[in-house]
Design a protein around this ligand. Structure first.
Ligand SMILES: C[S@@+](CC[C@H](N)C(=O)[O-])C[C@H]1O[C@@H](n2cnc3c(N)ncnc32)[C@H](O)[C@@H]1O
Length: 391
């Protein structure tokens, strides 16, 4: 059984997420999706013009004494999420106008770095029954990373393919959860705010990888866990109501994961390779310094043209490592280390640092200039074709 600290993975745990999150190890989760209480503060009941009662969110889990209490609660759970998220991870939080602006401000104060806000446009929103306001037809999602320098996952090309070869936009047209997808108990909605499977599908497929760990602190009907399992991710979810834990566990048990080969991201371009010379040009490796094998047995000096000289032999990082190992070829990236603060640091790690620092902006450049986005301003193709039950 896969573990995450004291927890078994692929399980929905009952309890207060603030307490449960405290038991999750630091930097251990790849993706968090949080659909926290909205703090709707509805007063009284709402009726349609034909006097039938509107099924609005009026649950005990959405009751807070004041905005300050809500902010305190938000800060507590979100700080824990920040702690447990890997530096390469993604944090998603969804809300309505009632809470998303408070949540967004707190998120930035904690240190998350915002990448996008996504507008989920509901193709079939509940009407404004009183006719006193615009029809509230969307919710807002915030996509953020742990910090500005996070090396996060984003399957850009897959998202583009998903959107008929146009850049996936930040306005997503998805119907609210209804029909067969909606979990019912004795003919009644089992959960008042079950999110559509498509929404979680798009989030998880775009910003995580198979086998990644997905965490949902406010699991409700278990949509995140269900879609994470379907997409070959590991999951852990927290929910304070016993009844929801029961129905969501039953829901998730019925899910069959998609076969591994079908989950591969084949349209994603490989990152451009970083040649050793780039590390020298940017000062990650200094001309004249020595590189060492991990056991310290071998060393070679870096020359100005990026070659290494050791034991009278001159050549690339690969050639000189192969020479020492008496092999025809060898991958120098895994052989050589530099000394930094009396410790050995792999040049492969330096290459990774280089990618984090320089290639993320390259990716943006790529998006802006090399893609055919001439039709980028056309409205997104309706995503409905995916269908609720295809997931
Ligand atoms: C907006 S709903 C989430 C719905 C979910 N995304 C779905 O698709 O079903 C929020 C859920 O968080 C739960 N909840 C509220 N406060 C909690 C807390 N402190 N710890 C754990 N769960 C909590 C509620 O019981 C509710 O089921």
């Amino acid at each position: 059984m896969d573990k995450l600290g004291v927890f078994d993975l692929n399980k929905i745990y009952e309890g207060n997420c603030i307490e449960l999150l405290k038991k999750v190890p630091d930097n251990s989760v790849d993706l968090i999706f949080a659909d926290p209480p909205y703090n709707l503060q509805l007063n009284g009941e709402l009726y349609r013009p034909n006097q039938t009662k509107v099924d609005a969110v009026n649950d005990a889990w959405d009751k807070f004494e004041s905005k300050e209490e809500y902010d305190k609660f938000t800060t507590l759970w979100m700080k824990e999420c920040h702690r447990v998220l890997k530096n390469s991870g993604s944090f998603w939080v969804i809300g309505t106008y009632h809470n998303i602006f408070r949540v967004g401000a707190i998120l930035q104060n904690i240190g998350f770095w915002m990448l996008n806000d996504i507008i989920w446009i509901k193709t079939n929103p509940m009407p404004n029954f009183k006719g006193t306001r615009f029809n509230n037809a969307h919710e807002t999602l915030i996509w953020a990373t742990k910090s500005k320098s996070s090396n996060y996952t984003f399957h850009y090309h897959s998202m583009k393919v998903m959107n008929d070869d146009l850049q996936m936009r930040s306005d997503w047209l998805i119907p609210i959860c209804q029909g067969e997808e909606r979990i019912k108990v004795n003919g009644q909605k089992a959960h008042s705010t079950q999110k559509p499977a498509e929404l979680l599908y798009r989030i998880i497929i775009s910003t995580s990888n198979p086998d990644d760990i997905v965490l949902d602190p406010f699991s409700g009907s278990g949509t995140t866990a269900a879609i994470a399992k379907r997409l070959g991710r590991k999951f852990i979810a927290f929910e304070r109501e016993e009844f929801y834990v029961k129905i969501s566990t039953e829901r998730v048990e019925k899910i069959k994961p998609i076969e591994k080969p079908l989950l591969e991201y084949k349209v994603e371009k490989r990152k451009p390779k970083v040649p050793f010379g780039n590390l020298i040009e940017k000062g990650f490796v200094k001309i004249g310094e020595y590189l060492y094998s991990k056991d310290g047995k071998f060393s070679a000096q870096v020359l100005a043209d990026s070659s290494l000289e050791g034991n009278g032999i001159v050549g690339s990082i690969h050639k000189v490592s192969a020479y020492y190992l008496k092999k025809e070829n060898h991958n120098g990236w895994t052989f050589w280390y530099v000394k930094r603060n009396n410790a050995l640091v792999s040049i492969d790690q330096l290459r990774h640092d280089y990618e984090t620092k320089y290639l993320k902006s390259f990716q943006n450049y790529d998006e802006l200039d090399f893609e055919d986005n001439s039709k980028v301003n056309e409205p997104e193709k309706n995503f409905l074709t995916y269908g609720n039950n295809g997931l």
